[in-house]
Design a protein around this ligand. Sequence first.
Ligand SMILES: Cc1cc2nc3c(=O)[nH]c(=O)nc-3n(C[C@H](O)[C@H](O)[C@H](O)COP(=O)(O)O)c2cc1C
Length: 167
Amino acid sequence: MKILVAYATKAGSTAEVAAEIGRVIESKGGCQVDVRPVGKLNGVDGYDAVVIGSAIRAGKWLPEATKFVEKHRDALSQIPVALFTVCLTLKDDTEENRRTVAAYLDPVREVVQPVEMGLFAGVMDYSNLPFILRLMMKAMKSPQGDFRDWEAIRTWAADLRPALLKA
Ligand SMILES: Cc1cc2nc3c(=O)[nH]c(=O)nc-3n(C[C@H](O)[C@H](O)[C@H](O)COP(=O)(O)O)c2cc1C
């Protein structure tokens, strides 16, 4: 079994989440996992299942992630696909925030039907942002910190395996 974990990131936190998801899926054996940025992929040929994730900016997946899904929608419709997203809203993991973040994925779910969706809190580090965005985030008093819940991420990835491997 070959599984692809494809991701889109701006500041790097989603890349680290993707790497951990890949590690967990592969660590249980029975499959080979490639973790790649969507921009480095020509398609999903040769993969039996795909996990795709993106950072959120302004309530949306990064455009390269959405374009990847749209471009390869036919191939993706033939294999199990799981989606994940990394954002700041889930810093406070409430039912309402989960609904908000799940809605960020609505446009993607119109293109591909996921077997699972992982919704995760990410990172805000002003020093990692271009000057203008840093000013914007400061003006908005966006909280700074690494809010990733690695146990939640690992649990999701481990629980995902059966849905991906039954391909
Ligand atoms: C300009 C900007 C806009 C953002 N917009 C949102 C948003 O609308 N909703 C949200 O929950 N998080 C938002 N975030 C938070 C990011 O999704 C979060 O920091 C994520 O961890 C970034 O992932 P990356 O490090 O892979 O780029 C925004 C961050 C930035 C810098």
